[in-house]
Write a protein of this length. Sequence first.
Length: 186
Amino acid sequence: MSYPFDCITDFIFVESELSPADVILVPGANHPPLMEKAAALYHQGLAPYILPSGGYKQHVGTTEWEYLRNLAIENGVPEEAILKEDKAQHTLENARFSLDVLNREGIPYHKDIIVCKAGHSRRALLCYQHEFPKETEFLVSPVIDRYGITKENWFLSEVGISRTMTEVAKIGKYFGSLIPDWVNTK
C-alpha cells in the first residue's frame, strides 16, 4: 500500500546489501542488538575490526564504548579486534572521533559498515559521510530499536511517529548549516 509519507520512510530508513569492508562502525548507544549484530558480521568475516564509539553517559553508568566493548567480548569478538573511541557525545562526534582513531591506528577505511538503529540510519550515514573523505563507501546494517520501530511499522504508533519525526528534525538541525560546505567542496 502506498502512503503520502512513503518518502519519509525511504529517507529515514537506510539498509545496504553487505560485502566485505575495512571496519564495522557502531555509533554509541546502550542497545545490545547493535553489538550483537556487529559481532555477527565480524564472525562472518565482513571486517577485521569493530569500532564502537561513545563517551560517558549517566544513564549507562559508563562510556557507551565500554558498554559496547563488553558486549562484543561477550559475543566472542577478540579484544584486539575492538578499537576504542570513548569521547563522543553525539552522532557527528561518533563519526569525527572514529575517523581520528582509524587515522591514528593506520587502519584503512575505504569501505565501512555502519551498524545502527533502523530509525537512526539516515542521520548516522550522513554524519559519517560528512566526516570521512568523500570517496569512502558506507554500507548500513540497521537493527530494530527497543520500541520495535521499523520502516514497515513506524507510522502505526505514537512512539514510532514521534521518534521518526524527531529524526527528520535532527537531520535538519545537524545538516542545514553543513550543506553549503558540501556544495563548495565538489
